[in-house]
Design a binder for this molecule. Structure first.
Ligand code: BJW
Length: 233
């Protein structure tokens, strides 16, 4: 194996599935229980803020009942023991990478435990319900929303992500269906920029054919095996 110096890892809902967090598009997933237009768009929020705030309050509260799994812990171990550069770009709004021990994590679709104030644009840590319209800790306006990225909004830190993709010699995608852009395009970007590309997913994703290699299975098994390969090889 040629020496790997820079790894970019993209994670999606599948990495947290074995922790007990529902994915979006699998059978029984969040989009079967809720209409995406209602709960994950700015228009849905404008139409029915109570529905949206309640949806995110429920998911934020559920975080207290789940734990990181073997895949989160394996990536944290990789981050500690790998001698090169590594960045975990997650589409997930949960905090399981951090609770699994990872530090170099970028949440491109925001975080459940963060609030955004529509009056003063404050973004900051938040771990309480929003349905009862608590005041913003900075400006006191009662106009907080979940600090997450909905359809039609710009994902966070795209400059930093593309910088990392330009430097990457290995791009690994874990537990994502490849249905949502711009994340779904990272494999093509990374490949065109010269990186080797690997997919670890329960099943082949929509963009599987873009990867040099695709392995199928649960993240809790595939990720620790792959981390052993990188650290041992
Ligand atoms: C396992 C497993 C196990 C299960 N082990 N694996 C037409 C063409 C192209 C683009 C567009 C278009 N029309 C509109 C767009 C843009 C739009 C978009 O992509 N739409 C698509 C529907 C086509 N995108 C946007 O609007 C984005 N913004 C944007 O594009 O801005 C403009 C821009 C321009 C130029 C550059 C940059 C930007 C914003 C997208 C925001 C997405 N937001 C959400 C909600 C976040 C908050 C929340 O959590 O509620 O993000 S939607 C939802 O989907 C969430 C996820 O992060 C995201 C991806 O889902 P993910 O993680 O892939 O989950 P699933 O469920 O789809 O897949 C799980 C996978 O795991 C499956 O494959 C399983 O098999 C697997 N799995 N168990 C391993 N145990």
């Amino acid at each position: 194996m040629t020496e790997i110096r820079n790894i970019v890892i993209l994670t999606g809902a599948g990495i947290s599935a074995e922790s007990g967090i529902d994915t979006f598009r699998d059978a029984g997933g969040l989009w079967e229980q809720h209409r995406v237009e209602d709960v994950a768009t700015p228009e849905g929020f404008a139409r029915d803020p109570d529905l949206v705030l309640g949806f995110y309050d429920m998911r934020r509260a559920a975080l207290a009942k789940v734990q990181p799994n073997a895949a989160h812990r394996a990536l944290a171990r990789l981050e500690t023991e790998f001698s090169g550069d590594l960045l975990i770009v997650t589409q997930n709004v949960d905090d399981l990478h951090e609770r699994g021990g990872a530090k170099r994590v970028l949440h491109m679709h925001g975080e459940l435990k963060s609030a955004l104030c529509l009056s003063c644009e404050m973004r900051g840590p938040w771990d309480a319900p929003m349905l009862d319209r608590p005041p913003c800790p900075v400006c006191q306006a009662r106009s907080l929303r979940p600090d997450v990225v909905w359809f039609g909004e710009m994902p966070y830190q795209m400059d930093r992500i593309y910088r990392a993709l330009r430097e990457a010699d290995l791009f690994v995608s874990i537990g994502t269906s490849g249905a949502v852009y711009p994340a779904a395009g990272f494999v093509r970007d990374a490949r065109e920029l010269g990186a080797r590309t690997l997919e670890l997913n329960l099943e082949r994703s929509e963009g599987s054919h873009w990867f040099h290699e695709s392995r199928q299975g649960p993240a809790g098994e595939l990720v620790p095996e792959w981390v052993d390969e990188v650290l041992g090889g």
